[in-house]
Design a protein around this ligand. Sequence first.
Ligand code: FAD
Length: 396
Amino acid sequence: NGLKVVVVGGGFGGATAAKYVRMWSDYGIEVTLVEPNANFISCPISNLVLGGTKTMADITTPYDGLVKNHGVKLVHDTVSVIDADKRIVKLASGGALPYDRLILSPGIDFMWDTLPGMASAGAKDKVLHAWKAGAQTVALRKQLLDMPDGGVFALTIPLAPYRCPPGPYERACQVAHYLTQTKPRSKVLILDANDDVTSKGPLFKKAWAERYKGMVEYRSKHALADVDAASNTLKFEFQDDLKANVLNVLPPMRAGAIAVQTGLATANQRWCEVDFLTFESKAVKNIHVLGDSIQVAPAMPKSGHMANQHGKTCAAAVIALLTGQTPNPSPIYNNTCYSFVSAEDAVHVASVHTYDPVHQTMIAVAGSGGVSKAANELEGRFALSWAQGIWADTLM
Ligand code: FAD
């Protein structure tokens, strides 16, 4: 039929959409996926790499499943410009790809302008986020290995919304797990801009109190104002400066740069508003935005599981729109986020979301989902199976 879909970003949202547009169109629609990274490296489970119980190989999956099993055309490149009028994307290395529908899942980028000190030479190599799994995960692990016993690891969390609400608290547990084994006099300080732990709060607090016995200290309402990388100092809006051996700074986040630059981030210049039936941008026709980049409905987290659900809903809608059918008027998405509180024990939070035609948004289904009562090893096994399952569903 000659129809062309271009997908930008081979993360949880984009890779899922690419695969399902191919499968559900009976391989009738040409799909080109543009992604600069050689392999998919998963943020889920990456905190366990920091904790030392998993390796980078454990969280890495090649892209060739999409190519061999589903005939997705893979282009290792970066989209530098989207020309929505001509319906083409331009590639950083030169060349252009035409599309009938464009699916954009570029993840997040950091609002570095909110932390002016991070612009100084070498600051970004020294003060890491490790909030995109890859080289920074390895580098932060090295900083932990090099930290002296009795040292302080300080983790700052921006105001919500940000990628993966429970992720920072899981990270604190994994760092504490490693330090407990190797450098028991050390401290993990969590400096959270929010009023309280934003996800699974009682479960994390119990783990910090009972498993890590004073090693983890949680401080709320600590809005980061700047970072002095040279002296390893955090500067806050209201509290005193704080020095630590390792700084792990999660800056405020917004939609991936290509989405912002294309004028799609209509909500506060940060997030992309979409029609939840199709994920089509409310700002620009024929462009669909998925995953962490979107302005979510209430109670919808920015998670890989959610991005995978967006990918499927969007794939079905794009096929419908390209072939003269009506997209499903009542999509349902679900979400499960597991967090490891130790090497083996995990907790989860789950929810189901349905379309509300009156308010044209997604709402949590009453009585659906729930939160673990307590961390345990069975949930840890479920969490690892969840990861294997979603990597396979997204990439194979
Ligand atoms: P991504 O997966 O980040 O994919 C974006 C892709 O777009 C990238 O591969 C990037 O290279 C590419 N890209 C960007 N710009 C361009 C461009 N211009 N041209 C071409 N390609 C481009 N979620 C869960 O569900 N469960 C968990 O347990 C969990 N744990 C997490 C733990 C940590 C430490 C972190 C940081 C996150 C965790 N998440 C978890 C969240 C999850 O990783 C994200 O929500 C998910 O990756 C979002 O998918 P996405 O498609 O929006 O973005």
